[in-house]
Design a protein around this ligand. Structure first.
Ligand SMILES: [Zn+2]
Ligand SMILES: [Zn+2]
Ligand SMILES: [Zn+2]
Length: 378
C-alpha cells in the first residue's frame, strides 16, 4: 500500500483515512487515479479535488454510516465505487452490530480491490458477465430453534463470493483460528483467498490456460469433494511443508492456487508498504539479510525479485513482533516449490502466459474499464 499525502497541507495520509488530522479537509480515495484526494464542497452532492479543482467527485453511496471512503466521478452513472458496486447482500445497517461488521468487511474488501486495480485484474460485474461476474454476499449467521448459532459459510461459486459477516468480529475469528490451529486468519486474507478462485475461473479456465496451470499446481480434475473429505478425516497430507505454502493448500489444486494468489497479494502489497516508507534492512554482519525494496513491487520483474526482498523483510518483522510478545507477522516458509508457483502467478497476473481462448466477458469488461478511463481524462 502506498503512503499518500494531503493535497491541502502535505500531511501523511493513509488509505483508510476520512479526514486530514492536520488541516481538517475531507479525504476520499479516487480509484480512477488510485490516489487519496483532499476535497472541498462544490454544491450538493459534488465535491472538487483540492489538487485539481476542475475535477469533481461524489461520495460512494456507502459513505452513509461511514462504511466506505471511496469516491465516484461526478459524471458517473453509478452510485457506488468500483469495490461496493459488486455487493449484493450486505449486513443489516439498521443495527449497530451490522454497521460495525460492514465497516470491517468493507475495509478489507477495498484493500483487496486496491490490489486488483493496481494489477489491472479483471472484475466483470454481473451486467457484463451474468453467469460468472464478481459479486459479494456478506452473510449473517442463523439461529436454530434451540438458540444455537448456525454459522454462515465463507466460500465461492462461479464468481459469487460469500463471506461470513460474523468473522469480522475479532473474538469470533480468533476463536476459529485457535480451534483450527491456523497460523494466520484475517478478513483481508479471506477476501484475497476467495477472489483467488474467481481469478482461476477468469484467467485460467475461461482463457484455457489449464495445461500451463496444471503443470505447476497439479490436475484440478481430481475429485474436490473426496479431497475435502480426505483432509477432514486424515488431516493434512504428510510432508506438505516441502511443496505447499499452507496445509490447506495441499487439499486440492484449486485451494493451492487460491492460497498462492492470496500470498502473492500479501507479499506485493506489504512490500509496497515497505517501499513507501523507505524501509531498508541492513543487519550488521549478515549481508544475506540485506534488503531495501528499491523497486515498485506491483511492477516487479519476477516473483523471485519479490521473494528476494520479502524474506529478509519478514525475518526482521517477525523478530520485531516477537519483541512485542506478538505472533509472527508472516508465519509461513517460502520453499523453492512455492516460489515456482508464485512465479506462475506473477506471469499469469501480468498477462505473460499465452491465453488459448478469448473469453466472452472480456469485451464487455474492457468497455467497462474504458468508460472509467474516459471519465478520468475529462
Ligand atoms: Zn491536510
Ligand atoms: Zn464504496
Ligand atoms: Zn478456497
Amino acid at each position: 500500500m502506498r503512503l499518500f499525502s494531503c493535497a491541502a497541507c502535505g500531511q501523511p495520509v493513509h488509505f483508510d483515512n476520512r479526514s486530514c488530522v492536520k488541516c481538517g479537509h475531507r479525504l476520499v480515495f479516487a480509484p480512477q487515479t488510485m490516489s487519496m484526494e483532499a476535497i472541498e464542497p462544490a454544491g450538493e452532492p459534488n465535491w472538487s479535488l483540492v489538487a485539481h479543482p476542475e475535477r469533481q467527485v461524489r461520495f460512494c453511496a456507502n459513505e452513509v454510516n461511514d462504511i466506505c471512503n471511496w469516491s465516484v466521478p461526478a459524471e458517473s452513472n453509478s452510485n457506488f465505487c468500483p469495490a461496493c458496486s459488486h455487493n449484493r447482500l450486505v449486513p443489516d445497517a439498521s443495527t449497530e452490530e451490522g454497521v460495525e461488521q460492514w465497516r470491517r468487511l468493507s475495509q478489507a474488501q477495498r484493500h483487496l480491490f486496491y490490489s486488483m486495480l493496481r494489477l489491472r485484474l479483471p472484475h466483470p460485474n454481473r451486467d457484463v458477465d451474468p453467469q460468472g461476474g464478481l459479486v459479494f454476499d456478506f452473510l449473517v449467521d442463523e439461529v436454530a430453534p434451540d438458540g444455537s448459532i448456525i454459522p454462515a459459510m465463507t466460500g465461492h461459486d462461479e464468481g459469487l463470493i460469500a463471506i461470513r459477516a460474523a468473522e469480522s468480529d475479532d473474538a469470533t475469528r480468533e476463536q476459529i483460528k485457535s480451534n483450527m490451529n491456523e497460523p494466520y486468519r484475517t478478513m483481508l486474507g479471506h477476501f484475497r483467498h476467495e477472489v483467488g478462485h474467481f481469478i482461476w475461473n477468469k484467467l485460467v479456465r475461461d482463457a484455457d490456460r489449464l495445461e500451463a496451470c496444471r503443470a505447476v499446481f497439479g490436475d484440478e480434475r481430481e475429485d474436490y469433494g473426496e479431497a475435502l473429505k480426505r483432509n477432514y478425516e486424515q488431516g493434512p497430507r504428510p510432508g506438505w511443508q516441502d511443496t505447499f505454502i499452507s496445509s490447506y493448500a495441499s487439499v486440492h489444486p484449486w485451494e493451492d492456487f487460491a492460497e498462492c494468489f492470496a500470498h502473492y497479494l500479501h507479499i506485493v502489497d506489504t512490500l509496497e508498504t515497505a517501499h513507501a516508507f523507505g524501509i531498508a534492512i541492513e543487519p550488521e554482519g549478515h549481508r544475506e539479510l540485506e534488503t531495501d525494496v528499491a523497486f515498485e513491487p506491483y511492477s516487479a520483474r519476477s516473483a523471485q525479485q519479490l521473494v528476494d526482498a520479502w524474506i529478509p523483510l519478514t525475518v526482521a518483522l517477525n523478530s520485531m513482533q516477537r519483541s512485542m510478545g506478538e505472533a509472527d507477522l508472516y508465519p509461513f516458509v517460502l520453499v523453492p516449490a512455492v516460489v515456482e508457483k508464485l512465479e506462475f502467478m506473477h506471469k499469469l497476473l501480468h498477462d505473460k502466459i499465452p491465453a488459448q481462448r478469448q473469453t466472452d466477458w472480456q469485451q464487455g469488461f474492457q468497455q467497462q474499464a474504458h468508460q472509467d478511463q474516459a471519465l478520468l481524462t475529462t
